[in-house]
Design a protein around this ligand. Sequence first.
Ligand code: C2E
Ligand code: MG
Ligand code: MG
Ligand code: MG
Length: 290
Amino acid sequence: RLLPVGLLLALLGGGATFRLVCQRQSLGGELQGALRRQELQVYYQPIVHLASRRYVGAEALMRWQRPDGSLTSPEQFIPLAESTGQIRAITDFLLQEVLEQLGDLLRSHPELYISINLSACDVSAPRIGALTGRLLARHGVRPEQIAFEVTERGLIDLQAASRNLAALRARGHRVLIDDFGTGYSSLAYLQTLPVDCLKIDKAFVDALGADAASSGVAPHIVRMARALRLKVIAEGIEREEQARLLDSEGADYGQGWLFAPALSASAFRELIGGGQPAAPLSPVPSGRRQ
Ligand code: C2E
Ligand code: MG
Ligand code: MG
Ligand code: MG
């Protein structure tokens, strides 16, 4: 009696899986075409120094806009590209595009940097360093002006990751842990991994100021980072009070809609050229300790 039910369930489950596989395959096929048709674009979300509100750089974020104008989120197509291996072509494209679009700006503003998201397969193989090196030489940009973001998910092969991240740092790049605190990692890896900076995930920034008395986990991450001599970027800052709290807790940099959304290359160039600080500093003292 159990058998038919099991069979039925298996068939039903199989059908759903089949549909999912088909959807993924067609999206994967479209993604291949998207690269060829240049539907992928790089956007730049400014990063600011919290205490002065000066722009220090930007994070490069991938956008996929179809000819009909509709947008597919990177949260959808990046995981897909990771599973099909297309992510390598996407990362290569992104690096080339960043230097082509912003090479001039980076040469005239040597204090600015652009941060690049790496996927697990980018981190577990050594090819990114050499490619970036060639592009930097071609465009006359310093290695300090390119940083790499790695999520805890990207550290599956910890040994290979450590080796490759150390090589990137040896070339002069900074290495950041992205979405810190949301993965499965143990804190132990922080002591051994060659990194410069932690990015506090938006989830912990959201919790800030939601309840004025309890500021949640973010301040503890900041303290731990400082103890480990790591810099801190808080991401997803949407409200002034979050920025002020993070600054007073000692976070170094911030990123979020309060300051700017992800911008096209030309809008980012204009923003930097204009020289205005992000979100005027309010007269309320930040209470930052020296
Ligand atoms: P991420 O690296 O953590 O990037 C931050 C995400 O938060 C971006 O979403 C950004 O637009 C969004 N964000 C920034 N400030 C705010 C804010 O104030 N409020 C809210 N609600 N959201 C904010 P996006 O661009 O959709 O990217 C999502 C994720 O996709 C990224 O998360 C990153 O993991 C991945 N991704 C994007 N581009 C690339 C890429 O070129 N390569 C790789 N490997 N991953 C990428
Ligand atoms: Mg990132
Ligand atoms: Mg992030
Ligand atoms: Mg995040």
